[in-house]
Design a binder for this molecule. Sequence first.
Ligand code: ATP
Ligand code: MG
Length: 397
Amino acid sequence: METSLNTVYDSVIIHFSGELWLKKLWTRKYYEKRLARNLKQTLKHYNVPYSELVRRHGRFYLKTDSAVEAANKLARVFGISSVSPAAETSSKLDEIIEKSLFLAGILLKAGNTFAVKCKRVGKQGYSSSDVRKLLGQRVLDEFGEKLGLRVDLGNPDVVLGVEVRDNQAFVYSQVIEAVGGMPLGVQPKLVGLFSGGIDSPVGCWLVMKRGSPVVFVYFDNSPFTDETTTQRALNVAEVLFGWAIGFPRKVYVVQHGENLKQIMQTNRKYSCLLCKRMMYRVAERLAEQLRAEGIVTGEAIGEQASQTVTNLRVLNAAVKEYPVHRPLLGFDKQETEAIARKIGTYEVSSKKAGACTAVPYQPSTKAKMEDVLKAEEKLDIEAMVNRSLESIKIVEL
Ligand code: ATP
Ligand code: MG
């Protein structure tokens, strides 16, 4: 069916996320410009040919001979609420009817129910209700008896949609739900503490969905982890780059094993907290260097010993200037996993990989700030942060 649909469709109707409408005009203009860039980059990336992308009456209209493919790719661009492959006609009523009947002929099957929808802007000399009535009747005349069709406005098998815009009209059937959110790049970037496990990729994705590009920073804890852990992080990053087409495809890999060795010489029950406080410090320095506006992690209250409310306070105290954002703070594991499945990271994140062997048998769940600071007195924090920063390798995927 897709081939025959591709012969009738020559456009895609692209709906902005509802929230974009709540913005003041100048903000919206800026968002739409960014969105147009992201849409074009996506089409280019997937080699989907198109002749133009125009913004009219609060939508984008794409002209393309690969409308179905384009619609499926664009549904994953942040800032879009839905996409519909469509066929363009003039706003002349007989042309709309002709095109719609052609589409109906491809889509309708024996015993189907159907409904006609119409939205109209401009002066055409007919109303949207005229279109609904006339097209509904013509479909019944043409195919009603042959296929045993019935009208069902509530839950039809096939929708015939008509969108009239001044002297143009678009005929469509499918409304493909898109990802929503805000165009990527309308917010400043964030440094993502990215382990490649289930949680941090979801945390990063959620801030990307709201417009912030993420600089992925992975801490390589070898010899306490191994190359499978690093490889898994790179593989998951690759999945997330699919949501950020047109943005850098880089992972910052920090050597952290030496630091961890030293940390393990101090109070063992605080190893994970001290390790994470070091990660936060390095992330903060990177944020400064890269002009990011904060740090994002995959932490959720109580999900690990280091993520109790008390311990999160101890972690926060390691950074001075930059906020740590935790989009998963109130999520249950199943909720995080559901998002991971939806965005395609779950399977890759669940691949077996070396777990950190430095985790103590009984990590503290209620760390005392003064004891943590005492343990850190044994460490040359500044030298450790600098060593980490100097060790960074940027992997381009
Ligand atoms: P995840 O599921 O994201 O791997 P986790 O449940 O294993 O995390 P922790 O190990 O306590 O939990 O890590 C908490 C957060 O610290 C992670 O969500 C991530 O943001 C960051 N983090 C942990 N390990 C690393 C790492 N090796 N490199 C970068 N960030 C990390
Ligand atoms: Mg976790």
